[in-house]
Design a protein around this ligand. Structure first.
Ligand SMILES: [Zn+2]
Ligand SMILES: [Zn+2]
Length: 179
């Protein structure tokens, strides 16, 4: 990890990983995602051997968002606790590339391990700091993208503006049909 620990950015990474879907099996797509989010060192170290572990992680994270979307907070916590056991944090103080001392959640190991530890800790920190209802899945069927609801009134229901307007159009047409 070339950046200081920022758990919110890791929670956002969890969302991005979930939303890759099957594209997440493509190493170039994954590398692009890591590069775009400033994880250039992880992008450079990513290998095909990480792909299976990351696909498994994506499914596990999807399960967390689905449970949250269904309003099942006990299930969210149970799933996250299981993930925390499987992807333990081994914090180390690190300094590199001219950066001040900062914490790494885990040192060495595969990129898949680093991303797993980070995204699970990120989601755990959102759930404990803000609430399990901050995790959701897009309500504009058939979209099943995950999102983090950072709105002040917890009103988010869609992954994107695009899905929100698509849902609005669909609702408008349904009303017209009904009228
Ligand atoms: Zn670092
Ligand atoms: Zn959507």
């Amino acid at each position: 990890m070339g950046v200081p620990v920022d758990l919110t950015s890791y929670a956002e990474l969890a969302v991005l990983l979930v939303n890759l879907g099957d594209e997440g099996r493509n190493i170039d797509v994954l590398r692009g995602l890591l590069d775009e989010t400033g994880r250039t060192e992880a992008a450079a170290r990513l290998t095909r051997r990480d792909l299976d572990a990351l696909s498994e992680l994506r499914e596990e994270l999807t399960g967390v968002f689905e449970a949250a979307s269904a309003g099942d907070e006990a299930e969210v916590v149970e799933r996250l606790n299981g993930l925390l056991v499987r992807h333990p944090v081994h914090p180390q103080i690190s300094g590199h590339d001219g950066q001040p001392w900062h914490l790494h959640l885990t040192e060495g190991g595969r990129v898949a391990d680093t991303l797993a530890v980070g995204s699970v800790m990120g989601l755990a920190s959102v759930v404990t700091g803000l609430g399990a209802d901050r995790l959701g899945m897009c309500q504009a069927t058939p979209c099943r993208n995950a999102y983090l609801d950072t709105s002040s009134n917890r009103s988010r229901r869609y992954c994107s503006e695009r899905c929100a307007s698509r849902a609005n159009v669909a609702a408008y047409r349904a009303r017209r049909r009904g009228a």
